[in-house]
Design a protein around this ligand. Structure first.
Ligand code: KIV
Ligand code: ZN
Length: 516
């Protein structure tokens, strides 16, 4: 093992998905996994197999398409969780099971209601059982940041004995200071020696996740768990892009430590995750925020023009952000130029995806003066993660008067039949959604609504993300809509959530009848 390499364990699809509002459908997860492989992450935590049949299926499908990265499933220290994890990753070329149990006094006493000896016993049983599915087993001491050092040593010793190859030390509640976290890892590193790889998993509750993770690699950790754009439970996890670019930019400070990450895929990965989840990094977010490489003040602009390094410590090209993110194509651009452009952005589309995306590009180019790389990324993401379109929006007319009654007329196609209806609402959007409910005869409840501008300008593409519940027994469904017109984007997003719901209902129906 090269001791200068810090492994990157990406948990965007597991801890990242635990961000409020970040749930993803299977097709979306597969696209993100493919992008993570392009980034060359060492391990992809693809989900938590025992959590739901949908999670299981997503991990199984990711295991079938990923070739070079290790595919991992999370599992509590329970036999049924480990079996689900082992079965879900069965097809993966390189597979890992990540099992965990809480080790802090507060978690053991109140959450698990177990004595420390019982916790050790469970951990050992879990690791031993996981070893029957794969040699590559990771064990996590949940809430290690608030656990007692002697107990951590005791449990780590026991799981090493049982065969754990990676030991993860999470600061689950983001409580530790970098110096404390570093000192903990130093002590554990001296104890574990080279019996296993030490990993860290830091949450960002005090905004210290990246600083804490870096303090740990300085003290012997050789795996960092992190997510794209810092997504994750509550305030999120350590942001992968910040960790990777810090290690690259301050190679001198970190004594030559490296990662295997292809940094040119960082910006495309960030956009993909933002497009899919609808959670866009704030403009001043390090590395991938809209302003991360922008110079506003005259003094700075002047400096950069004279010599780039006056105000830039990294190159935008290194994260895959090229100057070509200006006007890229116009309405006169042909199919060939379009194909070249999207290939240069790293997409490999099927003939059908290419045709559909080109058609959408032409429609957009008719309405929008300048089309940017990010517009194309949004269109293509929308195209490749599309689930079957049972319902399609054919027409929408709205009457959005200030003092009258907001109303909408909607035409939807379903199984080759078009239905038109009109309705009123407490606002135009409400009128649109109610009319869609009436046509589909499925009542949805809007749980979340987000609109963002994909690029700049008055004619920017609007990207709408909605979360809708259609059935109390099922979680909410996410839908995305893209259009120059916010109301059209909203209608498309709502219908896309309806399609996700209908698709899941159909799949469940088929499964019940033994059809799949
Ligand atoms: O934050 C945490 O402790 C976790 C574990 C399951 C690794 O996410
Ligand atoms: Zn976590």
């Amino acid at each position: 093992m090269n001791n200068n390499i810090v492994k990157i364990f990406d948990t965007t699809l597991r801890d990242g998905e635990q961000s409020p509002g970040a749930s993803m459908n299977m097709e979306e997860k597969i696209q993100i996994a493919i992008q993570l492989q392009k980034l060359n992450v060492d391990i992809i935590e693809a989900g938590f197999a025992a959590a739901s049949p949908g999670d299981f299926e997503a991990i199984e499908n990711i295991s079938k398409v990923i070739e070079t990265s290790t595919v991992c499933s999370l599992a509590r220290a329970l036999g049924r969780d480990i079996k689900a994890a082992g079965d879900a990753i069965a097809f993966a070329k390189h597979k890992r099971i990540h099992t965990f149990i809480a080790t802090s006094p507060i978690h053991m006493q109140y959450k698990l209601q177990m004595a420390p000896e019982q916790v050790i016993k469970k951990a050992v049983e879990a690791v031993s059982y996981a070893k029957t599915f794969t040699d590559d087993v990771e064990f996590s001491c949940e809430d290690a940041g608030r656990s007692e050092l002697p107990f951590l040593k005791e449990i780590l010793d026991a799981v090493i004995e049982a065969g754990a190859t990676t030991l993860n030390i999470p600061d689950t509640v983001g409580y530790r200071m970098p110096e404390e976290m570093g000192a903990l890892i130093k002590e554990l590193h001296a104890f574990v020696k080279n019996r296993a790889i030490l990993s860290v998993h830091c949450h960002n509750d005090l905004g210290l996740a990246v600083a804490n993770s870096l303090a740990c690699v300085q003290n012997g950790a050789r795996q960092i768990e992190c997510t794209i754009n810092g997504l994750g439970e509550r305030a999120g996890n350590a942001a992968m892009e910040e960790i990777v670019m810090t290690l690259k930019t301050r190679h001198d400070f970190f004594n030559g430590l490296d990662t295997n990450i292809n940094t040119k895929e960082i910006y495309p990965a960030s956009r993909l995750v933002a497009n899919i989840t609808g959670i866009v990094p704030q403009p001043n977010k390090a590395i991938v925020g809209k302003n991360a490489f922008a110079h506003e003040s005259g003094i700075h602009q002047d400096g950069v023009l004279k010599h780039q390094e006056t105000y830039e410590i990294m190159k935008a090209e290194d994260i895959g952000l090229t100057n070509a993110n200006t006007i890229v194509l116009g309405k006169l651009s042909g199919r060939h130029a379009f194909k070249d452009k999207i290939q240069s952005l790293g997409y490999q589309l099927s003939e059908e995806e290419l045709n559909q995306s080109f058609e959408r590009f032409k429609l957009l180019a008719d309405k929008k003066k300048e089309i940017f790389d990010d517009d194309l990324r949004a269109i293509i993401t929308d195209e490749i993660v599309k689930i079957p379109q049972l319902y399609t929006l054919k027409n929408l007319q709205i009457n959005d008067c200030m003092n009258g009654m907001p109303s909408a007329a909607v035409c939807i196609e379903y199984k080759e039949m078009q239905t038109t209806d009109a309705g009123i609402g407490n606002g135009t959007m409400d009128a649109i959604f109610k009319t869609i409910d009436r046509i589909s005869m499925i009542k949805g409840e809007l749980k979340d609504y987000k609109v963002t501008a994909v690029t700049k300008g008055k004619d920017a593409l609007a990207k709408v993300t909605v979360k809708v519940t259609f059935d109390e027994a099922l979680p909410s469904f996410t839908g995305h809509g893209l259009s120059i017109d916010t109301m059209v984007a909203s209608a498309k997003a709502y219908i896309s959530a309806l399609n996700a719901y209908s698709f899941q209902k159909e799949s469940m129906h088929k499964r019940d009848r033994g059809g799949i």
